[in-house]
Write a protein that binds this ligand. Structure first.
Ligand SMILES: [Zn+2]
Length: 116
């Protein structure tokens, strides 16, 4: 359950950002998670529901966008999205590629109420 630790750091970052904007609450937290990040979205959601208690994010929604694996074939010099990191290039069938995406876990944005 390393999702709890991850969620804790995401929440800490979010709360700091919200405080910097003098927000009274956080409406939503947007995350992008790569298919190879090794994070289970359901576990992250569960961790979020436990950790947000008593914080500005207590009523916030966690929105998770999953990022597909992105590989770059050295032979075809083009990108492709394989099922997993062991799938060869669909054009040439070779496995001579670089992994360029799918490992990330980013806090993308926060939704906070507008000042009135
Ligand atoms: Zn190729």
């Amino acid at each position: 359950m390393h999702e709890v630790g991850l969620m804790q750091s995401v929440l800490t970052m979010s709360l700091k950002a919200a405080e910097a904007h003098r927000a009274v609450r956080i409406d939503a937290i947007h995350l992008r998670i790569g298919a190879l990040a090794g994070v289970v979205p359901e576990a992250l959601q569960f961790a979020f529901e436990c950790l947000r208690m008593g914080t500005l994010a207590e009523s916030a929604v966690l929105k998770i966008e999953s990022v597909p694996i992105l590989c770059w074939c050295r032979k075809c010099e083009s990108d492709f999205h394989p099922e997993n990191q062991f799938t060869p290039c669909p054009k040439c069938g070779l496995s001579d590629f670089e992994l360029r995406g799918g490992l990330e876990m980013n806090l993308v944005s926060l939704e906070i109420p507008d000042h009135v």
